[in-house]
Design a protein around this ligand. Structure first.
Ligand SMILES: [Cu+2]
Length: 338
């Protein structure tokens, strides 16, 4: 497989002077100036629309989060952005009822969300990194939406003392299937790999994946980020035992840029101006995972696995009401079938 060669050449060429904070989506849709695994993809509203798509924001909620608590909610017949369309990009965040964004610095946490639709099943998940996913930066792929309702679960948390009312706001970019452009598109698939939600163990740095998974299709590797909890430094997607994507976690540390060692963590300022001083949820927090985009190809029988790297000397685990949080090491691999 050529992936790893292409991957390292590209990384070397880019690593010399690239800072992920300078990284911007280029007008042609390429992520030109950050190494794989270190790309912080800006929110959709800061980037150009690709291929004449439509952007639609849908609010799910509102929900009242009691002060310093977590709530879990679900929507079973939730609104979709479009019917018979390709969703090519998405971003989730939180908004107050007045429409402004509810920031982590204000205590608002989008701890987890998982989205699914018919016919695809689970299509996406996100945490407080509030990531942007784009599947058509280089190739014409999107997630198929039929117009049937979708479902979601959401965990919301507040670090503020007073209750707050927030909605989960998801911005979708979509293209009708029967449009001239839509006819050029194909449906992407997603594989979800994870570690087993373990308790943190002092000194233990590598947490292995649960079950290796076959790709099931021949296709392009379109997009992957790691989802980790505080303490995480990086998450590796392995294909046939070799690192195909090393998604690095970025921490928000009062604007200080600091490169960590060994496990490859890069602790840098959040792209969003939110300053965590360590509140009721513990120490500093992950602000963004680095993405791999258009990073090679995969074959049907290739085996994927994950390894999650944690370093509690560098970053503390998160606490909920005084209890240490379990660890996550999720990665969703979006594949564009041939
Ligand atoms: Cu999580």
């Amino acid at each position: 497989m050529k992936t790893s060669t292409l991957f390292s050449v590209a990384s070397l060429a880019l690593a010399a002077n690239a800072s992920p904070l300078d990284f911007q989506l280029q007008a042609n849709g390429s992520y030109a100036n950050a190494p794989q695994g270190e790309r912080i993809i800006p929110p959709l509203h800061e980037t150009p629309i690709i291929d004449g798509a439509t952007r639609t924001e849908i609010l799910y909620g509102p929900y009242t989060i009691p002060g310093e608590k977590m709530i879990a909610k679900a929507g079973l017949m939730a609104q979709v952005p479009c019917s018979d369309c390709w969703v090519t990009a998405m971003r989730a965040t939180l908004k107050y009822t007045n429409g402004s964004e509810a920031l982590t610095s204000e205590g608002a946490w989008l701890h987890h969300t998982v989205l699914g639709n018919t016919p695809l099943g689970v299509i996406w998940a996100a945490g407080n990194e509030r990531p942007t996913i784009r599947l058509n930066s280089q190739h014409k792929y999107g997630l198929e939406f039929t117009g049937k309702s979708m479902f979601y679960t959401v965990d919301l948390m507040s670090e503020a003392k007073a209750p707050m009312d927030v909605s989960m706001a998801i911005t979708y970019e979509w293209i009708p299937k029967d449009s001239e452009m839509g006819k050029k598109y194909k449906g992407a698939t997603m594989k979800w790999l994870q570690i087993a939600y373990p308790m943190p163990e002092p000194g233990k740095k590598v947490y292995k994946g649960m079950i290796p998974m076959s790709a099931g299709v021949n296709g392009k590797l379109l997009y992957t980020i790691g989802h980790m909890h505080d303490g995480g430094t990086n998450l590796k997607l392995l294909i046939n035992g070799k690192t195909a994507c090393d998604s690095v976690m970025y921490y928000d540390i009062d604007g200080k840029i600091q490169k960590a060692k060994q496990t490859g963590a890069v602790a840098r300022r959040s792209p969003e101006p939110q300053h965590s001083h360590g509140g009721s949820f513990g120490g500093v927090h992950i602000a963004s995972p680095g993405a791999c985009t258009d990073y090679g190809e995969i074959k049907t029988t290739d085996k994927m696995d994950v390894e999650a790297y944690y370093d509690f000397d560098q970053f503390k685990t998160m606490t909920h009401e005084g209890k240490e949080e379990r660890l996550m090491g999720n990665c969703r691999v979006y594949i564009g079938p041939e």
